[in-house]
Design a binder for this molecule. Structure first.
Ligand SMILES: Cc1cc2nc3c(=O)[nH]c(=O)nc-3n(C[C@H](O)[C@H](O)[C@H](O)COP(=O)(O)OP(=O)(O)OC[C@H]3O[C@@H](n4cnc5c(N)ncnc54)[C@H](O)[C@@H]3O)c2cc1C
Length: 404
């Protein structure tokens, strides 16, 4: 099989359309909502309605968080670029516009990706149109998600949830929360299940919002669950505790969401590179793609190095999405993409501030904002260090107990 390093032709019109949206609808309000933290970006309502319309008509295949569903099988072995590829390409373009606003898009939450990844057909229909945030992290842990201590106790046809979740992206604005809870802590990872909890459920309370370094257009909430009852049918995946399967069920979500977060970093870094090239050119620096970097000015050489690093992140992200579209196990590639793109996102955006110096640092341009916004992409959905740990375990064939 040959590898084609160009953007998939079929998806270029979608990418170009989303780029226009990012440029004309996100960029103009980017600084406004960076400064007005916790104010709802009402301009997104119209954009979200447009995205819904496209999805409904089938024209917007995969153009967002819900595009990560894997096909159910069948005999079709044709190599293809499907909804996962469309999702990463469109999310990257949206984040070229603004990461915080992209994260704040109604009905495009990480919880929506979780539902799209693991819900059965009945649940998919029932939760259609909901805006779902994702609640894993608790006060007692962040990286080690096997430590979930929020409990889900079966009571008749319902589960009763008790616990506290922190740092829930879109936790205040979403309509429902996908909550990770344990059916029985003594049974370890296998007992951790996820539940779709509508925000109107008695016992669910949004306690407060966090103030943050970046992505200020996106709300980040603390949510408590006190005897919060959800129908048993809201459990995503199998209710059985299969100890031999371990964490595989719950973790399946990450194989689809990590490439999306990698794509966010790719988009934000691309924005910084595009503006930096423009500013350097205006300042008289010539960047020549046909000459070796060592023969060019220090600024041009550094820029070319950053672009090469970006390209690596971009290709790894496409690879992880392509594997998902082609029903190939991609946990390793999803973590490689997230590790590389998370690091590149931070390195590139901060290096662009450095290259443009005072212009990069002040608020006249968005470079300083992108340097702040990109950092979270190297933290949530698994930090840089955790992705490296996962990659090392997979490459060396070691279990999580053998390599901590
Ligand atoms: C803005 C924002 C939005 C978020 N959104 C969500 C959300 O929507 N849903 C949600 O559930 N969570 C969310 N989170 C939480 C996020 O996923 C966690 O912050 C992240 O998993 C890291 O956990 P922690 O902050 O507790 O750091 P810790 O786990 O305490 O880690 C601290 C440092 O130690 C390193 N480290 C930890 N373990 C190891 C190890 N074994 N080996 C080497 N290094 C290690 C980490 O990489 C990190 O550098 C969000 C966080 C932020 C800041």
């Amino acid at each position: 099989m040959t590898i084609n390093l160009e953007d998939p032709k079929r998806l270029r019109p979608l990418r170009d359309q989303v780029h226009q949206v990012a440029m004309n609808m996100l960029r103009p309000i980017s600084r406004k909502y960076d400064l007005a933290e916790h104010e709802y970006p009402k301009e997104l309502d119209m954009l979200a309605a447009m995205a819904d319309g496209l999805a409904e008509s089938g024209a917007g295949e995969g153009a967002g968080a819900t595009g990560v569903r894997r096909d159910g099988g069948g005999d079709d072995k044709t190599v293809k670029n499907g909804s996962n590829m469309a999702s990463v390409m469109s999310v990257a373009e949206m984040c070229w516009g603004d990461v915080g606003l992209t994260l704040a898009m109604p009905r495009q939450g990480l919880g929506n990706s979780a539902i799209a990844s693991v819900a059965n057909d009945e649940q998919l229909e029932r939760f259609k149109g909901t805006w779902a945030s994702m609640a894993i992290t608790e006060p007692s842990f962040g990286s080690d998600s096997a430590q979930v201590s929020t409990t889900a106790t079966k009571d008749g046809d319902e589960y009763v949830l008790n616990g506290e979740k922190i740092f829930v992206t879109s936790g205040e604005r979403s309509d429902s929360v996908v909550v990770w809870a344990t059916l029985d802590k003594s049974l370890g990872r296998a007992a951790i299940k996820s539940f779709v909890v509508p925000k109107s459920t008695p016992g669910l309370k949004v306690e407060r919002l966090e103030h943050k370094l970046g992505i200020r257009a996106s709300d980040t909430a603390v949510i408590t669950f006190t005897d919060c009852r959800v129908p048993a049918a809201n459990l995503l995946g199998s209710p059985e505790i299969n100890v031999s399967e371990g964490f595989a069920g719950a973790m399946a979500t990450f194989d689809n969401t990590r490439p999306l977060v990698a794509a966010m970093a790719v988009g934000c870094a691309r924005a910084a590179l595009d503006l930096t090239r423009e500013l350097l050119t205006k300042a008289g620096v010539t960047i020549d793609y046909d000459r070796p970097a060592v023969t060019q000015s220090a600024a041009a050489a550094r820029f070319l190095q950053l672009e090469a690093d970006w390209e690596g992140a971009y290709l790894l992200t496409l690879q992880a999405a392509w594997m998902a579209d082609n029903r190939q196990p991609n946990s390793l590639q999803a973590s490689m993409a997230k590790a590389k793109a998370g690091r590149v996102g931070s390195d590139v955006t901060l290096s662009c501030v450095e290259l443009c110096a005072s212009v990069g640092y002040e608020e006249g341009e968005l470079l300083e904002k992108w340097a702040r916004d990109s950092k979270i992409l190297d933290i949530f959905e698994g930090t840089q260090q955790i992705q490296q740990l996962i990659v090392a375990r997979r490459v060396l064939g070691l279990s999580s107990a053998e390599l901590k």
